[in-house]
Design a protein around this ligand. Structure first.
Ligand SMILES: [Zn+2]
Length: 204
């Protein structure tokens, strides 16, 4: 199975966040041409984003329309082009801006008239506002808000994080654990400093 590195760097053979490449079939003719997606569910499990949201986003970017429940978009879309679109989406809508791990969960914030999305990282807990640069990413934000507001569940496959925690000692290169380890060291240092600190009242 061909996979895509979710950070877009195909040269990074050790990168652990991968997703399947798009498997599509082009059907129909002329104005009636359409694209059937054969593995959107598998892709979305890796993204932790619902297929409906991804379909709507790709439909928006490509100017096509999405037929719910039929895993298809109007028009002809190649796996290469879809890869480009999804990597852009991942960079803006899924990657944590702090630890650069694609495991954020969107949360709605703001007042009724001005709803926004915050991305909360399930790895490092960093919370960042949804990046709407370029401007058309605000459409992605809108699609995500609508989905959450509809009451449909947001997928949260914690599998990757759980696996990471289980094999923590093997993945010291992962940034998230680097930061955890750093903070532990800082705590220890603080403790040492406190015990070694000279109390001015002792001198007197
Ligand atoms: Zn993070």
């Amino acid at each position: 199975m061909t996979t895509i590195n979710m950070n877009g760097n195909e040269l990074d053979t050790q990168y652990r966040y991968t997703m399947p490449a798009f498997k599509v079939q082009i059907a129909g003719k002329g104005n009636g041409i359409y694209t059937i997606f054969n593995n959107m569910d598998d892709i979305c499990k890796k993204l932790n984003h619902p297929p409906e949201v991804i379909f709507r986003y790709i439909a928006f970017v490509t100017g096509s329309s999405y037929t719910e429940d039929r895993n298809m978009l109007t028009g002809s879309h190649t796996p290469e082009k879809l890869k480009e679109i999804i990597l852009h989406y991942i960079r803006h809508s899924i990657m944590c801006s702090s630890c650069v791990i694609p495991e954020t969960i969107p949360e709605i914030i703001g007042s009724k008239k001005n709803l926004k999305i915050n991305l909360r990282c399930s790895a490092c807990k960093h919370v960042s506002p949804f990046n709407v640069t370029p401007k058309y990413m605000s459409k992605a934000e809108e699609i995500i808000i609508k989905h959450i507001q509809s009451g449909k569940p947001w997928p949260q496959n914690k599998g990757t994080m759980v696996l990471q925690k289980e094999s923590r000692h093997e993945i010291e290169t992962e940034q998230v654990y680097d930061s955890v380890e750093r903070s532990e060291i800082v705590d220890e240092t603080d403790g040492t400093q406190q015990t070694n600190e000279i109390n001015p009242f002792d001198i007197i």
